[in-house]
Write a protein that binds this ligand. Sequence first.
Ligand code: SF4
Length: 756
Amino acid sequence: IAKAEQGVSWHRGSCRLCGVGCRVELGVKDGVPMGLRGISDSRTNFGFVCMKGMHFWKCMRHPDRLTMPLYREKKSDAFKEISWEQALDIAANRFGTAFRQGGGEAVAYYGSGQALTEETYLFQKIMRGGLQSNNVEGNPRLCMASAVGGYLSSFGADEPIGGYSDLEKAHCFFIVGSNTAEAHPVLFRRIMRRKLDNRETVKVINVDPRVSQTSRIADMHLQFKPGTDLALLNAMAHVIVEEKLYDEEFVKTYATFRKGKNEKTTFDDFKAKLADYTPEKAAKMCGDTFSPDQIRTAARWFAGSKGTVSLWTMGLNQRKRGVWANNLMHNLHILTGQLLKDGADSLSLTGQPNACGGVREGGGLCHILPGHRLVVKEKLRRQVENSWGVPEGRIPAKPGLHTMAMFSAVNEGKIKAIWINCTSPVQSLPNCNLYNKGMERDDVFIVCTDIFHTLTTQKANLVLPTAFHFEKTGVYGCTERRSQLTRKAIDPPGEAKPEVWIVREWASKLAAKLGDPVIAQCVKPFEGLEEGYELPKAIWDEYTQKLTAHRDNDLRGATYEVLGQMADGVQWPAPTREHALTGGTVKKFVKGIDPMADSESKDDLPYQFYGPAHPDRTLWIWLRDQADPEEVPDAEYPFYLSTGRIIDHWHTMSMTGRIPELLRANPYAYVEINPDDAKKLGIGPGDMVEIKSRRGVNILPAKVYQGPVEGMVFVYWHDQHKDRMINKVTKDAIDPGSKEPEFKICAVQVKRVSGP
Ligand code: SF4
């Protein structure tokens, strides 16, 4: 090993894939990547990486990498290579023309939770400050907008109160709608370790309509009819109230009850509402797949443990009432006081590596400005405009179009120029047959920045090759409010460039084309800076020093200099250098600790709330009813379809599908079907099965096993083959609050079409 490592230098950074934020180091020899390993002094992953994390570096020198700008006038033309000068001229001309003709509403940016914070921040600055458009969106709308809505409406501030360090102190894990074992494998390892070391005293409850690798370590698996988990969560609250398992003092001191944002209610009202959710009634609603006593036991374990951590992802978020589901989860924590103390947290897991840092915090959604500011608040818009030095009123007061509305506007030809960065909506939007149509229009100009061709670059006019991870410098922010720096370690191949360079150069040309000094003002602070380090650092400094001080996500202490010293990065709030050098803040609302001396958290409460929560300084317990999915099975479409993730692949497989080890492990999607359902339909293992909804059809091989609950089939969504791309089938219903689509549930027909 020592010999093989001779001449290899190791460069620290974060994993490029999921939201766990594992710390890794890349080995480089003579400018060539040699391998990747976990960092053992990281408290995030303790040296471990999962299969995906271990292999992603192989994308760096993959022969399919895009290395030159590609252009075509019409979508039916072939791409031809052009120079950067030509590419940026074309992008500036087309966006400039669209803006002149239709203003800010005719242009859009659609980004990603995989983009670096500096990239998202700069894109949205040019869109808002320059092109006067709030049409700034990102794929986190598809996976965690409901979690944002849940945190805001329950706690008054986005993102979790605690973090991963609670896992080692928890005595009960409540895992709902998350196959943590496959979607967040390294975090699951920590949960499993805790369970295996404390078999008798640590309880794991899994709530999921499907048996997964996660449910295999559970003491109790509540497998239920899809879409009925709101009833189950209310029933647990019922037991907690009925058996007086709640923390009376905590509730009295910190909680209020809500029917609506401006509609307070009482504990008695809440109790009366819960009468509809006795364990007996809820067990029936959930499909009679478990007993009322199991609900009682789950509630007792949850409330009675010394510390309960809840974890969830898409099972709760990707729902017609995803925000309500999140509220009901938080309700249980507020009621029982399983919050603000070690080993207790209501922890929504993040899907992507920078959905929190770049998109939620950096202003990457149509209603959010940097620093968790809401677009609709005039005072907050003024703060941003003043810090950018652009005229007041430059940022429109109206939020832009959320993801589904944005691609509807593309369908209708209302958006004339759209920039899609590092994501593939052609595959990842629900009911994608419908939303892909607009992207084929010749009057809609599409720019894609990416490292490989995807189904979406195939619809673009201009494809710009970008630097990959470790080929550029920047920050990711993971699930637990932690910002982590990855520094450039190798050059990108060919003429691929970091996005921050691309946006700066494009914006300069746009300013010249439109003769607009305000656009020029937006990029002025970054002119002439070297792109490998100086440029992203200047962007990070502007964002953190000017725009993060007003709320709890204070990142002023987390400079590149500090982040570069920290094995794990820094958890916000981190208002000063000294504080950031301790690692930041583990619990953002903490009993008796107020690390931010000038915070607004000066009151008589025994818990110091770090930063403003709700204006009344309370946590809100919501009265929410069970709400059915938008589409439920009927005589014509008698099965539920649910979609999800597997351990070997990442999103649209544009990366993991090019890594032979991962592709061999799981080469194509299949449909999981319960043996009883399979028997009724005459389906055997390996048979080809048609899955048809009102929107589209797939044909996939069958995997018959006791996984999905009876009446439900399951397909993973990564596969981009035209017959197996499951988002042709999924439904585009959205949560009215978060605008997140209900990928998780729709109704389908299931039919055997041929043998293996
Ligand atoms: Fe990367 Fe997530 Fe795997 Fe960690 S768990 S190595 S962050 S993919």
